[in-house]
Design a protein around this ligand. Sequence first.
Ligand SMILES: Cc1cc2nc3c(=O)[nH]c(=O)nc-3n(C[C@H](O)[C@H](O)[C@H](O)COP(=O)(O)OP(=O)(O)OC[C@H]3O[C@@H](n4cnc5c(N)ncnc54)[C@H](O)[C@@H]3O)c2cc1C
Length: 337
Amino acid sequence: MNQFVLADCTTESGALSQLGQNAGKGAVVKAGGVDLLDLMKNGVATPTRLVNIRNISGMRGIHETPQGLNIGALTTLTEISEHPAIRAHYTILSDACGSAATPHIRNVATVGGNLLQQNRCWYFRSDDFACLKKGKDVCFAFDGLNQYHAIFDNGTCPSVAPSSAAVALLGLNASVELTSAKKGKRVVAIKDFYVQPDVNPMMRTVIAPDELLTAVIVPKPAAGMRSAYQKYGEKRSYDWAIADAGVVLEMDGNICKRATIVMGAASPVVRSSPKAEALLTGKPITEETARAAGKAAMEGAQPLSMNGYKVQLFPVAIYRTVLLAAGQMDRDPSAVG
Ligand SMILES: Cc1cc2nc3c(=O)[nH]c(=O)nc-3n(C[C@H](O)[C@H](O)[C@H](O)COP(=O)(O)OP(=O)(O)OC[C@H]3O[C@@H](n4cnc5c(N)ncnc54)[C@H](O)[C@@H]3O)c2cc1C
């Protein structure tokens, strides 16, 4: 690991001023440190200054507002998954945060860091491989081991979106609040937050080097909203998803007025499926419509040499999660997390 200066901050303004003065000079934010320290230990991230925000109490906590929820960026995944109002009204979010990683990691990992963690690709995460995401011009996954990689939008860099929280927050049409010392606050919808690799493989999100992600804003649940999240993986715990599905339904009786279907670990940027959503809209939720939605979500998939199984796994994940959201099926015992 390289040498660095540790700037321990206890206020948001202190951290913003550290970032304002040192942005572009190797300063990097550290929240829980779960992802960042992994990248540093592997020699993939080499910051010269760590701006430690973990002890800024003002950036932590879940506030219920007339508009919905305002969640401080330093709120942990455990705090979100166990919050009574989130469990009652935003099941997709409590289940996504409660399915990530392990209980120990969830006690440390923050929602801001979870949304900003780097994509999963073992070539990118090893300093033995100089790839597109490190500013070079080769992707080793295309001709290499690509069983965990993307099946959509994978023409440039097939690394996958890893954040379970992002699946839920895209489903809930949430936004992030970004703050800088110079420009103040701006709010960006999760759907506009991530950058596709064909735009710039090195730029994962639109956050600027002098900005902090200060809060997550979740709108009030619509009338009749029901939601669910399920994660599928190789291990029951201590691992990322190989496929995860988030579903939000706005129901009027048994008729679905509006559906949002989101997939994680399918593409470099967390992805919803308008085709699958359209198939459910205006219809009752049944095994048949849920199955059709799962199938439709795979339209346009382009699996790589070793990840064709995902084209079979996602429709099952979506089918089961739609029925779970509608209250027609119990949690899938083969889901993990
Ligand atoms: C074994 C294992 C299994 C895992 N499984 C899952 C899983 O199933 N689902 C899942 O979603 N995740 C999973 N994770 C990832 C883990 O949840 C994330 O690494 C963690 O949430 C990151 O949060 P953090 O607070 O530690 O972020 P950090 O590591 O501190 O930061 C991550 C990145 O975000 C930036 N950053 C952090 N906070 C801010 C902020 N407020 N403003 C600006 N920049 C910021 C940092 O500079 C860094 O680039 C797993 C991790 C491990 C080790």
